[in-house]
Each structure stands twice: as C-alpha cells, then as structure tokens.
Design a protein around this ligand. Sequence first.
Ligand code: UDP
Ligand code: MN
Length: 266
Amino acid sequence: MSNRAWVTLATNDSYGLGALVLAHSLRRAGSVYPAVVLITPSVTDAMRGRLNAVFTNVVTVDVLDSRDAAHLALLQRPELGITFTKIHCWELTQYEKCVFLDADTLVVQNCDELFEREELSAAPDVGWPDCFNSGVFVYKPSQATFDELIKYAQERGSFDGGDQGLLNSFFSNWAQGDIGKHLPFLYNVTSAAFYSYLPALKHYGQNLKIIHFIGAAKPWLQQYNWESSSVDAPEHLREFLQLWWDLFVGQVHPQLDVTMSGVAGN
Ligand code: UDP
Ligand code: MN
C-alpha cells in the first residue's frame, strides 16, 4: 500500500489552496493511499506548514537547481516552466505506482481502483478526445522516464506549450493503443463538459468520481458569500463548486493564517 501515492503540484499559494482541498477530498472519499505534494520555493513557509499538516510528503522541486537536467532544458525553453515542474513527479521513485491529480481537481468518490491501471492511463480531453487530459493520470515513477521526458521536451517542445502537449506526444500510442489505458471520463470530468453536454452530466453525474475545474475560473477565485455559505456560480457548476467550498470552509480555512486567507474568495 505504501508504495502507491496520489501526487499533486503547487508552485504558489493559490494552487496550494487547491492542493489542500484536494487532499481533504481524498480523505473524505476514504482513500487508503497517501498524498504527496510537489512544491517549488515560491510557496510561502506558512503554506508549506499547512501542506505539511495534510500531506504525507511535501517534496520541494527546484527547477532552477543547476544540477538538475530540467534546468538546462529550461534555459532553452523557458515557456515550459510549470510543465517541467509537473514532470518531476516521475522522480518520486520511492513509489511504485502513482496517480497525478492537478491541484484544481476534487475527488468526489473513492477511486483507489485507479492504482490497478498501468502507465500511462488517462481520460480523454473534451477539446480533442484523441488526446488525454493531463490533469489526472496513472503513471510509474522512473528516473529513466523522467530523463527521457526532459530530453524529449528539450528537443521537440510541446505542441500546446504545456504538459498536456508534451505528455500526449511522448505517450503517443494512447489514442489507438490499449483501451485499458483509457480512463472513463468520470475520472476527469472537466468543467467544460457542463456546457457542452449537460444532459449527459445530468444522466451520468451521480457516478462522477473526479471533477476538474479547468481554465481560468478556479474554485478559489469564485465569489463566496460567507453569510449564506454559498458560492455564486452558474447553476450546473454550483453543486461542484459548493462541494469545493464546503471542504475549504470546513477543513482548510480555519487552519490558515490571517495573511493567507485573503488568497481565496473575498
Ligand atoms: N500549477 C501550479 N502553478 C501554476 C499553474 C499550474 O502549481 O501557476 C499546477 C497545478 O497543479 C495545476 C496544474 O499545474 O492544477 C495544471 O495547471 P491548471 O490546472 O491551471 O491547467 P488547466 O487544468 O486549467 O488546463
Ligand atoms: Mn487543471
């Protein structure tokens, strides 16, 4: 059991809030697996303290470390900064199998069964379903894979400038290979689906496992009414944003320093 872990990433305190809520959602769902967060030095000490209290392991990755292969690659491709930071998850070789979750995801129901899947398992992206969305993926930590990914990124970059383009090119047989590596969409329901196919969301929504708040409208940036304990959002999004905020208000906010609470809502 201990050789498996959930992994997320926060390069600043805002995404740190997302990571905290995500960790609480994993607990709430009764996951038996530990949660690890990758952070960069730009995360404040106060946030680091909060992350330490909730995550089993807080790992600082420094893309500016000159001993780091990623550093050299980054000098040539500065636009890939956050992407390279995410790729560091392959270096967690103390674990045999991991599931990476973006910090803007929320686990709604237990999905420990994901660890039975192989690298690289992921759900389709709604924008181009022959690509997987890189906000949720099952992978196997390996120094060799990390090195190959960095080399690949250095030589070819990423077609979308981010980790999703890089990972889709690297794991290019995902679309037409082993269907077992296609996670059901329920494991990464991106908020765009709420607009594009609302009847499906209504029909299948009760089986939803992981929600992913993609795009600019992150949960921590939403208007929250502290008097009525409700989040101000379009109807179909409200239920899920409310879940995020209930966890934030119940589990995360009471533990924050005064200086940090200003990062979310208003
Ligand atoms: N991330 C981060 N700092 C940033 C941007 C992104 O730590 O400034 C991490 C975080 O884990 C985030 C993930 O990278 O969830 C991918 O970015 P994002 O979720 O914003 O992309 P989207 O899912 O909206 O395409
Ligand atoms: Mn995301």
